[in-house]
Design a protein around this ligand. Structure first.
Ligand SMILES: CC(C)(COP(=O)(O)OP(=O)(O)OC[C@H]1O[C@@H](n2cnc3c(N)ncnc32)[C@H](O)[C@@H]1OP(=O)(O)O)[C@@H](O)C(=O)NCCC(=O)NCCS
Length: 160
């Protein structure tokens, strides 16, 4: 019923549309394009039987100043009508696996609104993330973010 696959350049409009519908954090098309072209193995989409984009994960690699390579999930969402079917879990697992195997990322990080119970349950209870820090007033409206992190070094092969 759903197909989950790597995101392609022609998916970016559908990903942006899903993002606009699901989240207040929105980005210009060049931001989507930059991620898809720089780290083409890390972003995935879920499509319905007609090929419409119903969910996505947009991710990148941060090398920073240190030698430690880590992945970062910029955005993930699933259309309301397609939630609680395991799509976000699958999208995250595929991206995490690619970060670990292709880029040898040691961990993956992300930010989530302190009030976002569904996403926190996905990250913490289903995927095993832990809270690494709280970033005060991280979001434009002043809400705090939990900075969450998952070690990828002992990730079981092909969990996804
Ligand atoms: C968060 C979100 C991506 C989850 O997508 P999803 O495809 O419905 O999630 P899954 O079906 O893969 O859920 C996996 C697990 O996450 C947890 N979870 C997901 N939605 C939940 C909810 N509404 N309440 C409590 N737990 C939830 C559950 O543990 C669930 O496992 P279960 O269904 O076996 O109980 C989706 O709700 C969404 O798009 N929300 C709006 C955008 C957003 O908040 N994105 C995250 C920004 S940081």
């Amino acid at each position: 019923m759903h197909n989950i696959r790597l995101a392609r350049p022609e998916d970016l409009m559908g990903m942006q549309a899903a993002n606009l519908e699901n989240l207040p954090e929105n980005y210009l098309m060049k931001f989507w394009m930059y991620h898809a072209t720089t780290w083409p193995q890390l972003s995935f989409v879920a499509e319905d039987e007609k090929g419409g984009i119903v969910g996505y994960v947009l991710a990148k690699i941060d090398e920073g100043d240190s030698k430690e390579v880590h992945g970062h999930v910029n955005s993930i969402s699933v259309l309301r009508s397609h939630r609680r079917l395991g799509l976000a879990k699958k999208l995250m697992l595929l991206s995490q696996e690619a970060m670990a195997t292709i880029y040898k990322a040691q961990y993956v990080s992300l930010h989530v609104r302190k009030s976002n119970k569904a996403a926190i349950a996905l990250y913490r209870d289903t995927l095993g993330f832990e809270v690494a820090d709280i970033e005060k007033k991280y979001y434009g409206d002043g809400e705090d973010a939990l900075k969450m992190r998952l070690n990828l070094e002992n990730m079981p092969e092909s969990q996804s």
